[in-house]
Design a protein around this ligand. Sequence first.
Ligand SMILES: C[S@@+](CC[C@H](N)C(=O)[O-])C[C@H]1O[C@@H](n2cnc3c(N)ncnc32)[C@H](O)[C@@H]1O
Length: 214
Amino acid sequence: MKEIPDGYFQLAIIDPPYGIGESGKKNKSRSCLAASQDYAPYFGGDRDAPPPEYFTELRRVSRNQIIFGANHFISRIPFDSACWIVWDKENGQTDFADCELAWTSFKSAARLFRFKWHGMLQEDMRNKEIRIHPNQKPVKLYEWILTRYAQRGDRILDTHAGSASSLIACYNLGFDFLGFEIDKGYFEKARRRLEDEQAQMRLSDYTDEKGRVL
Ligand SMILES: C[S@@+](CC[C@H](N)C(=O)[O-])C[C@H]1O[C@@H](n2cnc3c(N)ncnc32)[C@H](O)[C@@H]1O
């Protein structure tokens, strides 16, 4: 990140380790509604959230930030916000959290996104996403965020890309992006997932900026 110029990214959407030990091993035993799978734990084992210096650096390189899991480490950010995002995962009878929270640097109202995401159950079962990462978020969640909080032409940063869902959403909606992932195993899986998506045709490749077919 030190090599990135000040304010280079218009928006950072990040989902770092929360520091709660959710790196994959406990998934299966905690759900009684739909089968969940265990995953190889990722680098660092979700033992700690990034330090305050990371958040200072994030604010230097990006004009706006959306930070998932910030309810676990708000003291490291540390700024008030009225504009949190709530993702209701509709995951029923489990001891996983009912929703995930993202702190944002925006000045608008708090917003709710409802999208079932629980083990094998997903909101959009006809376009089910293959899960490759223990903390994988739906591409649809990131598309919803980009549609509301990014402007056409924005550059998007995700410093903890995991499964690359955020990057796939950027690709689908035509945003330039940069993603980092420190875990070699998950990096390779995410790279393959992203490349598979990029091999597909997109509607935006065949329409102009007003959505007209070329
Ligand atoms: C909560 S997960 C991200 C999940 C992602 N949002 C998704 O939808 O798949 C956090 C990820 O950050 C990665 N990570 C941890 N420390 C990192 C670091 N210093 N640099 C880059 N990635 C890191 C972990 O390996 C893990 O894959």
